[in-house]
Design a binder for this molecule. Structure first.
Ligand code: ADP
Ligand code: ZN
Length: 727
């Protein structure tokens, strides 16, 4: 008999290294197995031996190792994916097991797909014929393969009748092959006629794909420039070379339109991947990506961890979008990890945006990324003319949101039968409800946040933890009746104002808390694109990527909203958001306007927007980051300490700060109470580490967290490398 061999198995838990088990035969790295852990049986993946000497000194004697219980038939996780798991763990300071957990999220996909059994007629006549049997035979006579339940339903009989026919040999069971999870895209299905500038750009990205080497390119061009058609050319090249392709999108609502465009270019829809998919479909996509039958995926950030076996290109569309950052669990940025993946596995990565992140802009300027520009809109129309409304000179009426010049612009656009968009980044009816009588403010019991009124549903809701209560008739503090007032605007309230001003206009609110979820949202977006609304009122959800051909006026209710947040990225975020939302206007080539209401018309971000001069903005912003020692000229890491007791949490955060090793070139700020001091009943304190070299930052954090006091009880420490949020 052969000797069992030790194998290293990484388990999807918060464990720092693989555990050793015994296997009857050597197992290839990446093989998915079931192993005992304590009293449980758990999934794991065979992993390479850790190379460093940091493995435990006393090796477990072979006699005490437990055996691998089962080897699953799924294809082993490919080597590039294993390297990505190790890299993400290392970069984010997360246990590798927690990153593996993101890969193994669909355990059902690890078993082979159950064969689909279907019924069909054999040609044998039943000895005994009844009306019910006749109906079944008639239904089955269409030549299609039926499931038992489907056939019974179609014939309007009980399943017993179908069983009877099966027993009598009139029907037989056959195994039918499943439809693949996605069709096979054809690189040359319907190539576009590219404009001269598109041709030039497409040539560059095609060459990078042909070279089969790591390279990052940044495609930058105003909304409507035709960036999608350009990166589709790179996709075609990769597909033709027999490689798989991943296109990342920041928002699920966006993927619907992208799927259609992909299908019309390549003759088959790609597989879709996001959190709202049906479990069966997830399983099938996971398997198809692993066995190579799925050639292209369009998905949200988590698609990065699918088990691609021949990945040859990643496109990150709207690369500047904050939705690429996962803020819980393993805190990672999907764009940055996509670039790292390309580097590890040796394939090109394309970033695309009308408003690139400052990071990517700087990387392009330094020559680390290929800089590809599309200067004009494909339709030939110019960008929308941007006008400012100085709210100090032309304020809206008390309690209203629309300044008179914006109301006039709406009226004239309506008169011409055109569509308008009002942008207000506040969900619900009003951000604050208070009692006029005693001043009571409605706040969340679990978070340091006001409750937002959602009048449509009649509730007051917390946007941080999901807490909800019914809006009462009387003040819970003083008992006064009819004393509650809504303060500040939300999209629902804005719609009320619009309906009063323009009772004839068809208005529609689009925000992420639309009842009916993504499905409904996609339907509404398609309806808007068909011109079935005159005035669309939306949150940041409408700012992104959508194509509304009849839209020629964008009104921004509060251009200053994002600037009020005092964090290092407030200016960048505001610039991107307002450029994107303005860019919704005039996509089909018509003359268009964007009107921005502001209290600060002299603010540099607002001035750059009004001048239509993005270069001025980037120039000033990059300069100020350089002078301020902010990313990308320095690296930041946020350390968030949270706990159930405020005093204990603060004391621990202080002790942690005191334990930090002193190191030249690294500053540590804090602890300070977080702006969101309480979330879901947990008190929060923040520390911020800043370093001038990324490597130094990681070494510092590792040494500090290894030697510093350990969190006990309810205390938790989360590390956020390259933080986007400072709340
Ligand atoms: P972007 O991604 O830069 O915002 P899109 O790729 O969505 O721009 O293009 C804007 C519009 O122009 C789309 O409706 C698209 O179908 C159209 N378009 C772009 N390039 C071409 C082309 N080469 N041929 C035909 N239509 C194009
Ligand atoms: Zn809350």
């Amino acid at each position: 008999m052969r000797q069992p061999v030790p194998v290293e198995v990484l388990l999807p838990y918060a464990l720092e290294r693989p555990y050793t088990y015994l296997s009857e035969r050597a197992l290839a790295a990446g093989t998915i197995v079931v192993v005992p852990l304590g009293t449980r049986q758990v999934l794991g993946a065979v992993w390479e031996q850790a190379q460093q000497a940091e493995r435990p000194a006393q090796k477990m004697p072979t006699s005490r190792l437990k055996p691998v219980e089962e080897v699953l038939p799924a294809p082993p996780l490919p080597a590039p994916l294993r390297r990505l798991v190790d890299f993400v763990a290392d970069y984010t300071l997360s246990p590798p097991g927690m990153v593996l957990r993101m890969v193994l999220r669909v355990p059902a996909a690890l078993a082979p797909e159950k064969p689909l059994r279907a019924l069909r007629l054999t040609g044998t006549e039943p000895e005994r014929m009844t009306a019910a049997r006749g109906r079944v035979m008639e239904a089955a006579g269409d030549g299609l393969a039926w499931t038992k339940a489907g056939l019974a339903e179609q014939a309007g009989v009980s399943p017993g009748v179908v069983d009877g026919l099966l027993k009598a040999g009139v029907l037989e069971e056959v195994i039918v092959p499943r439809q693949p999870a996605a069709g096979v895209p054809k690189p040359d299905f319907k190539p576009p006629h590219l404009s001269a500038q598109q041709k030039q750009a497409a040539g560059e990205v095609r060459d990078l794909v042909k070279a089969r080497r790591f390279a990052v390119s940044l495609i930058e061009g105003v909304t409507g420039a035709g960036k999608t058609e350009v990166f589709f050319e790179a996709v075609a090249e990769a597909l033709a070379a027999g490689r798989q392709v991943l296109i990342l999108m920041p928002e699920i609502a966006l993927t619907a339109a992208a799927l259609e465009r992909f299908a019309s270019r390549f003759g088959a829809a790609p597989a879709e991947w996001h959190s709202e998919m049906a479990p069966k479909q997830r399983e099938r996509v996971w398997r198809g990506v692993a066995d190579g039958s799925v050639r292209a995926v369009i998905g949200a950030r988590s698609a990065l961890f699918l088990p691609f076996c021949e990945l040859g290109l990643i496109v990150v569309d709207e690369e500047h979008d904050g939705a690429y950052k996962q803020e819980e669990g393993v805190i990672y940025h999907a764009r940055d990890m996509a670039v790292a993946y390309g580097h590890l596995a040796g394939f090109p990565v394309i970033l695309s945006s009308a408003t690139p992140s400052v990071e990517s802009r700087v990387n392009a300027a330094r020559g680390r990324y290929r800089d590809i520009r599309l200067a004009e809109r494909f339709s030939g129309g110019g960008p929308p003319a941007i006008e400012l409304i100085d709210l100090r000179a032309a304020p809206p009426e008390r309690g209203k949101s629309l300044a008179p010049p914006l109301a006039e612009a709406l009226e004239s656009n309506l008169g011409q039968g055109r569509q308008s968009l009002l942008f207000l980044n506040r969900r619900g009816y009003a951000p604050l409800t208070l009692c006029r009588h005693c001043g009571h403010r409605f706040t969340c019991p679990n978070c340091s946040a006001w409750l937002v009124e959602h009048r449509f549903r009649g509730v007051l809701a917390c946007h941080h933890c999901g807490y909800e209560e019914r809006r009462p008739d009387a003040c819970p503090q003083c008992g006064a009746e009819e004393s509650l007032v809504a303060c500040g605007p939300g999209v629902e309230r804005l719609q009320e104002e619009v309906e009063t001003l323009f009772p004839e206009a068809r208005s529609l609110v689009l925000s992420s808390d639309l009842a009916g979820g993504v499905k409904r949202l996609r339907l509404e977006l398609a309806a808007v694109a068909r011109g079935e609304a005159d005035i669309v009122i939306g949150t940041q959800l409408v700012a992104k990527g959508h194509n509304f051909p009849n839209l020629t006026l964008v009104g921004v209710i509060d251009a200053d909203l994002g600037l009020a947040q005092a964090d290092p990225r407030a200016a960048e975020r505001t610039f991107q958001l307002l450029t994107q939302v303005s860019g919704r206007a005039g996509r089909a080539g018509q003359a268009s306007r964007a009107v921005l209401q502001t209290w600060q018309p002299m603010h540099p971000v607002i001035v750059a927007l009004a001048a239509g001069d993005p270069e001025a903005f980037y120039h000033a912003e990059i300069d100020s980051r350089r002078r301020g020692g902010l990313p990308p000229f320095a690296r930041l890491a946020a350390i968030i300490v949270s706990g159930a007791e405020r005093a204990e949490t603060e004391a621990y955060a202080r002790a942690l700060a005191r334990a930090a090793p002193r190191q030249a070139g690294i500053d540590l700020l804090g602890p300070a109470e977080a702006p969101l001091a309480l979330i879901r009943g947990r008190y929060r304190f923040r520390l911020l580490a800043r370093a001038h070299a990324a490597k130094r930052l990681h070494a510092f954090l590792r040494a500090w967290l290894a030697e510093g006091p350990k969190p006990r009880g309810s205390l938790r420490v989360a590390v956020d490398i390259d933080p986007l949020s400072f709340l």
